[in-house]
Design a protein around this ligand. Sequence first.
Ligand code: 13P
Ligand code: SF4
Length: 303
Amino acid sequence: MEKNELIAQILALKKERNAVIVAHNYQIDDVQEIADVVGDSFALSKYCAESPHDVIVFCGVHFMAESAKILSPQKTVLLPEINAGCPMADMVTAEDVREMKRTYPGAVVVCYINTSAEVKAECDICCTSSNAVKVIESLTEEQIIFVPDKNLGDYIAKKVPQKKIILWEGYCITHHRVTVEDVKMVREAHPDAMILIHPECRPEVVVLADFVGSTKQIIDFAAASKENKFIIGTEMGVLVRLKKDNPHKTFYLLSQGLICPNMKKTKLESVYHALRDMKYTIELAEEIRLKAQGCLERMLAVG
Ligand code: 13P
Ligand code: SF4
């Protein structure tokens, strides 16, 4: 099918199914263009919880679609590519969390949204890179277990030094790939550009940034800034929005390694097949879903 025909079919099926298409900032251009909403993990999880649609087509990775299902059990949540997972989310299991709780019985457990429903079910409160510092500051406990991202955990620990944060050994293979050498090289090539970095990068990289934030915070910062040149230290998908919203500004990618293969699996064809065949539906055991819902809703209450 030609692209225009494919888009027309998607729009027709979307109407027929009373569906909404949401896409993460890391999705390919074509998918971002047909989506009703494009955003970061936090914005999308909030949006899905509040949306009046019967069907949510989640163009992202598995844990994101799962989070939508946790918050909206009555809706059909579709993940167009069944193998679009997050390697970082796979780095911690529910049993790992139970073991950590046995080792540190007084600690409160915070999980990054990049976790499975089973892991969320074992944790007290969730966070995203947009609200991680706010979530940690909201806790009265001093000792905090943070899973799975050691880089985001280190970033929070520096921002909230009064808390004792116990880190897990997980990381995002895409962001962790960026090195100090990459930053030096790009600074030399573009000395007048600001460096905006996602906190999933290594601490020694994050410390070299002019601004640190989630995908949305990076997008908003670049749009509001008086500066004209930016080096982007997160997955290359954000360049779609940045270039579209700021045609007179220049953006460089911090490293060519900043590509998440899982985020790139979803194509227009995947969205079409998802809506046509109503696949792949996210299903959860109610006992797990209810516990995971508490974890996510506590986060949403913090904001
Ligand atoms: P945010 O969209 O919350 O910045 O997260 C980035 C990410 O890596 C999601 O997997
Ligand atoms: Fe997971 Fe990293 Fe890909 Fe985000 S960019 S989905 S954290 S692997």
